[in-house]
Design a protein. Sequence first.
Length: 458
Amino acid sequence: MFTALGSQAAALWAGFHLWTLLLGAFAFLFFADFLKRRRGKNYPPGPRSLPFFGNFFQLDFPEPHQAIQRLVKKYGNLLSLDLGFVLSVTVTGLTLIKEVLLHMDQNTLSRPVTAIRHCVFKKHGLIMSSGQEWKEQRRFAMTTLRNFGLGKKSLDERIQEEACYLVEAIQEEKGKPFDPHFKINNAVSNIICSVTFGERFEYEDARFQELLKLLDEATYLEASMWCALYNIFPWLMKFLPGPHQTVIRDWEKLKLFVSGMIENHKKDWNPDEPRDFIDAYLKEMTKVRNQKVQAEINKVLGQSQLPSTANRDHMPYTNAVIHEVQRMGNIIPLNVPREVTFDTTLDGYYLPKGTMILTNLTALHRDPKEWATPDTFNPEHFLENGQFKKREAFLAFSIGKRACLGEQLARTELFIFFTSLLQKFTFMPPANEKLSLKFRSGLTLSPVGYRICAVPGS
Ligand SMILES: *[C@@H]1O[C@H](CO)[C@@H](O)[C@H](O)[C@H]1NC(C)=O
């Protein structure tokens, strides 16, 4: 009897428990959603939005731009729309567009990355990256495209040649009705292919036609309702079939094609004679880290003069790189502890005598408030107008009366050893081995075991 009652009560309790949990979860989701879409005062006008879905249903897929046009008429040139995963503002009219893209550009240079884009590109590449990565990609792409003839006469010739092929292909249709879409597409793609891959593709090339179709399909479907839903509920849509899966699959195939191209380039790659964009990119990847240091060493010291601390002031880039290595290396993550000698208060809190105090240098050296790209190696952190810039938030040697006694010694060693080695060698990972930023942690952090090749010459 009692056991029966007991188990009934347990079942009731369990049921009740489940309901409270579900309710709680819902309340939490709604609240989180509410917080996310809180817009603050004076937010641009727009239609009312639903929880989770935002203005999804007002966008009238598959013709969202016409829906937006109607909304602009109603709400004005700054129209706010809640896309479900992000708040957006649509800007209409030259004056406002110039304001956003030119005058505000320091504040509008980043790219939002939707869930589906993130799935395909992460935040990488010329188009999807932001911040420092974008700056480097952009600078490299501009220079390299220029080197391969963009804006030069040779480019004219290349296009003229392709135009002749296009004319020929269209002549073959003998005036009969035909869909020119992929022929024109192929012609235009061939220009950029000849710069990036070093080759053009015949209009009859079945494989290339297939790729053009994939690209066409992926671009078309990304604007579909399905992808809009994927962007709102990626965790759910990931598991459902639909056009969003086609977009992801198409891009996988396109990326496979490009990686095949890159692998082929690696086989007969000569760093001194870049044939195309891929070759130039491969070269850039090997020199990104030490190129500039070695250029500075060659300029200030040449190949035979031994480096001394007196040279350091004339070698701001090298000095910045060493500091950046220390920042990222972060060898004493929690500093050397201190102990409170007598009862005291800190930031309003009471600390009794004998309390151990750890100062978190990891957090400081990776603090996004202090560093432009906290998680990326970037010597620019220690440079300003090409000159070395001391940073207050760099505390590799700690500060105060118990700061590292050996700072001078260590700094001298770092400079002379580092400079001497880079003066004589170029360091590279062995072929097919990847270096990692993982560390072995004891009292200090050190790199996990690794091998590198020291190639003589700089
Ligand atoms: C120090 O900061 C890092 C980075 O924020 C964090 O991962 C780590 O847990 C912190 N350590 C301590 C002991 O607070």
